[in-house]
Unconditional design. Sequence first.
Length: 205
Amino acid sequence: MPYKTAGKAICNHFNISNIHTSLKDIEHSNLKNFLNFQFKEISSYYYRLIMRKKTKLTIFCKESKNIHIGAIRNPYTRSVSWFQDVKRNKFHQKYHKYNSEMSFFDFLFFNQKSTGFRTQKSYFLDWNNQYKIDYLIRFENIDNDFENFINKEKFYLKEFNYKIKKTNQNPFKYDYRDFLCTESVNLINKLQKDDFSYFGYKKLA
C-alpha cells in the first residue's frame, strides 16, 4: 500500500501490520533479477526483511490463491496529505529536509525522493517490472470499492464490518487546492506521471 492512501485502515481491518508493502516485498527475488542489475533493490529488500519484523500477509478466502490488492489516491491530494503528515510528525521530520516555515512547493522540491512522493504504480510492479494487481481501492471511493472487493472474493467470515475505520487522519480540515501553485502542480505532474496515466487521474494545467 502506498503512503497516504488509507492503506493502514485497510490492513487494520484484517489485522495485518505490514502496511506500506510493495509487491516485491512479498514475491522473492532470484538470481535472474540480480543479473538484470536490480542488486540495489534486492539489497534493500533483504535489509527490510532482516531488520524489520515481518508478519505473514494472509487473508482467508474461498480459494487458495494470492490476491493482490492496492489502494490509490489522487496524486495532488496525496502529496499535500504527505506534507501535512510530515508537518505534524517529528519522526518523519528527521528524514526530510523540513522546517516549519516551508511552503508546500519548497518541501516538494527538496524532498522529491521521499517515500511519500514515490509513484503508487511502483508498489504494484513485480521483479520483472510487470504491473500485477487484482483489486484497486480508490481513496475517493474507498467504502464502495472495499465492499465490492469483499463481496467478489466471498470471504468466509461470520461477521464483517464493511465500513472501514479511518486511521492516521490529519486532525484538522484543509483544502488541498490552497497548497497548490503552478510550480508545485508541474512538479507533481512530473514526479507522478505514471500514476496519472495508469490510474486515470486528471492532470491540472
